[in-house]
Design a protein around this ligand. Structure first.
Ligand code: BGC
Length: 763
């Protein structure tokens, strides 16, 4: 890993494990499409489909329905889920040199390099290859998922004959006969290899091949089209059947003269377009109307702006600095850019978790975008708004007469969790979504958006709290829900849920007051039939919300029964039994004081003002001992809270553990896709952790610390119209107003007006 924005491998290992890891790490995506890094020429036979190597490319938000086989048909259990689909394969390119086929698995690789260039937004494979009969070529392949034109994926394929001249045959294919990847052994990915997409037509028009396919149950259509441009004299033929289109070029190679093929692939779907076939035609014409170099320039421009607004720099540890850059690059590749989609835990790098969206979006990924690129957060909220009606339906299924309950995992808006104790029971998703809307408002003061859409979500989701909970002896209780810790399910008064519900309800009241005099307010009140006494109800439930507290331990118990359970010393658990969910029955896990991920600690992070320092410190020490970190969402939150509570070295150790999770394949499942929430979590560990950043109603707060091994670090925050750069060094922290109007900021608890530059001593 270099610091220059390039991540490269100079030795390409061609075993199954490394091939699959590289498919993930070097994938190309732009938030709409994602293409795993499959070799264009394919793999060796033994690594082919039957061995579950499936070339993969996805469209964010594009899905098929699949039955969930519930053994017992209890009322309301989910019987159908959505899965993200593998779309037509546009990657395949085969080259034959005088009849000898190029393959990384034959002949000799004289030199090989795989490189992800995060400034230019491309991946490049360079191979110097000697064929079994001694022909030497130099091959350079550049791939790009365009940020400028989201429907577009390009492959630029260059072949330079080194020691021969002769015939070259190029076969570039477009294949609509695709399967979805599966692993029956792993509950986190789909368990059957499925063939969901049925090709409707395969056509050719003006040398562009079009494959239109349809899903059978969700009734969605996708059209991919491909155009191959070979930049030298050739003969060309097309071979087409119902599912496949291959373009064959016959040309001659001259020693020392480069051959260049550009393959344009466009993806269009019927969720976003009325007629995806004609839209594909337009999008292809758009791509072809400019030189490829122009598209490369736009890509670089987009990313220059991204790094300028969102980048982080660590001085004194180049390796971690580069790892952070890798993580932030993956965030912009993964996050949806329109209201039809969101961001999946694996982004668009693999189909782990079947492409479902979870709370990861609101609690891990949005905290990055809200303060750097708020338009993206707004889109993510728009997606939730688009699916609000389905959240209403979901609430009815769960027995709530009014309000909306968002699904725990979903693509198009309906619940997909087959196992409700650690799925639908996670009612906190409602609070998480409201929390992210409030954070968006605090960062942008975009009251127009709140009036138009945000308030409706906040009110509708708040209604669920007053229905799911109830008063008992003067206190408001929420029973039988699950908190974030998926090793402890269906509990009473989960601290995280209750304290978040309290915040949510209080904000519902505030938003009501903020917008009650506007015209759109009356429309909204009528639309959702919101009564003044409901708002009173929100106020009362928040005021009397029961927050569990243990006098003896002086901590917030995770829930009412958590502290009564058996302890289970993590040291006693054999290493090979992690993650525990793969080795122990859920009930066994539920009966122990063992946590998969932060629950109460997460609550202390997001709502620190709800408890005293002492309680948060005690809680940290208590839960740290019983948290297994079986979820990749875990260590970053412990890092943030360790920093918050003055345990700098510990904060750093957790951060180090989190930041290279995928680059080092720490969880042994990077082959199924990246861990996007963890990547955003590593950002949070710097900004919210070491930087002590908090976004509150009273303003923005910083309390920077500097990890011992670093010389300095810097990051930028966007608050309303202003961009603030923060640089933390040993002696001081410097706040620079890069653009926008002066802002009030709090540093180490003291209030300052940031006009141009503010230097605050740390000694
Ligand atoms: C975690 C959830 C998370 C999901 C997707 C699970 O392992 O427990 O909190 O939402 O993964 O990342």
């Amino acid at each position: 890993m270099k610091g220059s924005g390039v991540y490269e491998l100079r030795e390409l290992k061609l075993d199954k494990y490394n091939l699959k890891i590289n498919e993930t790490l070097f994938h190309n995506a732009n938030g709409y499409i994602g293409i795993r890094y499959d070799f264009e020429e394919g793999y060796e036979k033994r690594y082919s489909r039957e061995d579950q190597f499936v070339p993969s490319q996805y469209i964010n938000g594009f899905y098929e329905y699949l039955e969930i086989n519930q053994a017992e048909k209890l009322y309301g259990l989910v019987e159908e889920k959505q899965i993200m689909l593998n779309i037509a394969n546009t990657q395949s390119i085969k080259i034959f040199l005088d009849g000898e086929e190029f393959s990384m698995f034959s002949g000799t690789i004289l030199a090989g390099r795989l490189c992800l260039d995060m400034e230019r937004g491309i991946t490049v494979r360079n191979v110097a290859w000697r064929s079994p009969k001694g022909k030497e070529v130099y091959i350079a392949i550049t791939r790009m998922a365009s940020f400028h034109q989201l429907s577009l994926f390009t492959i630029e394929y260059e072949v330079l004959p080194q020691n021969f001249s002769g015939d070259i045959l190029i076969e570039s294919s477009h294949n609509g006969n695709v399967l979805n990847y599966a692993d029956p052994e792993d509950p986190r990915i789909s368990d059957e290899v499925i063939h969901c997409l049925k090709p409707l037509s395969c056509q050719i028009k003006d040398e562009v091949t079009y494959i239109t396919s349809r899903t059978s149950k969700s009734d969605l259509e996708v059209c991919t089209c491909v155009k191959n441009v070979l930049c030298q004299g050739h003969q060309k033929e097309f071979i087409i059947d119902n599912n496949n289109a291959t373009c064959r070029f016959h040309t001659t190679a001259k020693q020392g003269k480069k051959i260049r093929l550009i393959k344009y692939a466009v993806f269009c779907d019927s969720i976003r377009n009325e007629n995806c076939r004609s839209k594909a035609e337009l999008e292809m014409a758009r791509a072809l109307s400019v030189p490829l170099e122009y598209l490369y320039e736009r890509q670089e421009e987009y990313l220059a702006d991204y790094w300028n607004n969102c980048g982080i720099e660590i001085e004194g540890d180049e390796e971690l600095n580069s790892a952070m850059r890798f993580n932030l690059y993956q965030l912009i590749q993964s996050v949806g850019k329109d209201r039809y989609c969101n961001v999946a835990p694996k982004g668009l790098s693999g189909d782990g978790y079947e492409g479902h969206y979870f709370w990861d979006s609101e609690m891990y990924i949005q905290p990055f975008f809200t303060i750097t690129k708020p338009d993206i957060s707004r889109n993510l909220i728009e997606y939730r708004y688009r699916t609000l009606d389905m959240a209403r339906e979901n609430a009815r299924v769960l027995g709530h007469k009014s309000g909306a309950l968002y699904p725990w995992r979903t693509i198009m808006g309906r619940e997909c969790s087959g196992y409700f104790p650690s799925g639908s029971a996670q009612y906190h998703i409602n609070g998480d979504i409201a929390y992210s809307i409030i954070a968006y408002f605090l960062a942008t003061k975009d009251i127009g958006f709140i009036q138009e859409k945000g308030a409706e979500i906040v009110f509708e989701t708040a209604r669920i709290w007053t229905d799911v909970g109830n008063f008992h002896e003067g206190k408001f209780y929420i029973n039988d829900v699950s908190g974030p810790d998926e090793y402890t399910c269906i509990v009473n008064n989960n601290y995280y849920t209750n304290v978040l519900a309290q915040y949510h309800l209080n904000w519902a009241v505030k938003i009501y007051d903020l917008i009650k005099t506007t015209e759109s307010f009356n429309r909204l009140v009528q639309k959702i039939n919101l009564k003044k006494d409901e708002i009173e109800g929100f106020k009362r439930a928040a005021e009397f919300m029961y927050l569990p507290y243990d006098e003896g331990l002086k901590i917030n118990p995770q829930d009412d029964s958590f502290l009564q359970k058996k302890r289970w010393d993590i040291k006693d658990i054999p290493k090979e039994n992690f993650p525990l969910l793969m080795h122990y029955h859920p009930l066994h896990l539920y009966r122990h004081q063992i946590s998969k991920q932060p629950d109460t600690i997460m609550a202390h992070f997001i709502l620190e003002d709800a408890q005293s320092e002492e309680t948060m410190l005690n809680s940290f020490n208590y839960y740290e001992k019983i948290t297994t970190h079986c979820s990749s969402l875990s260590p970053c939150i412990f890092s943030i809270m360790a920093a918050r509570l003055g345990m700098e070295d510990k904060a750093f150790a957790y951060f180090e553990n989190t930041v290279r999770l995928d680059l080092l394949d720490k969880q042994k499942n990077t082959i199924d896709g990246l861990h996007i929430a963890n990547m955003s979590g590593s950002y949070m560990a710097i900004v919210y952790g070491f930087g002590g950043f908090r976004l509150k109603e009273r303003g923005v707060f910083f309390a920077p610390i500097l990890p011992r091994l670093w010389t300095a670090y810097k990051f930028k925050i966007r608050i309303e119209d202003s961009r603030i750069m923060v640089r933390v060094r040993k002696e001081e922290c410097v706040f620079t107003l890069e653009s926008g109007s002066p802002k009030i900021i709090f540093v180490y608890g003291k209030k300052y007006l940031l006009e141009k530059k503010l230097i605050i001593s740390r000694t």
